[in-house]
Design a protein around this ligand. Structure first.
Ligand SMILES: [Zn+2]
Length: 166
């Protein structure tokens, strides 16, 4: 078998990972994560007090729950999500907002960094003072108008500029 070919999960193993949010905590528990082939029938089962010990005691304590989120996947996805921990951090009912698109910010940062390098190269390549003044002005505008993101291992913004210029 070609090692590059994607591993396909047989359909019978594909179901839904579901996150239940409790209307109030039971001891330290605020959530339950489970996996089911059919979430609707599994939730009906939970409502009837079956299928999960934790939900039985939660129900006995008079606590209700809400289906907060689902992920499509196999049981290994369930284990993966549980291993990541911090159900509250993935629960929309706990005030989680979608992560900001960091890649856009990083791309802009890299674009600035590359432009800065380019400008510095141009500055060294030219001997024309007028041209150098123009390049100086753009470097100043670029570095003063944008927040400085330190490069990995560099703590001070001033150091990171020096690292870019190096
Ligand atoms: Zn929650």
């Amino acid at each position: 078998m070609d090692s590059a070919s994607p591993v396909t999960v047989p359909d019978r193993y594909v179901g839904t990972v579901y996150l239940l949010h409790f209307d109030r905590p039971y001891r330290h528990a605020r959530h339950y994560i489970g996996w089911a082939k059919n979430v609707t029938s599994r939730l009906a089962l939970h409502e009837a007090g079956q299928g999960a010990r934790l939900l039985q005691v939660v129900q006995a304590a008079g606590i209700t729950w809400t289906l907060a989120r689902t992920w499509r996947g196999s049981r290994s996805r369930e284990r993966q999500i549980k291993r990541m921990g911090g159900a509250a951090r993935r629960c929309p009912l706990c005030g989680v907002r979608p992560m900001p698109d960091r890649s856009a910010t990083l791309d802009a940062g890299w674009a600035r960094a590359y432009r800065l390098r380019e400008l510095i190269d141009l500055w060294w390549e030219t001997t024309d003072p007028v041209q150098r003044d123009r390049i100086d002005a753009e470097i100043t505008a670029l570095t003063e108008s944008t927040p400085c993101t330190p490069l990995p291992g560099v703590t001070s913004p001033v150091d990171s500029l020096a690292a870019w210029a190096a």
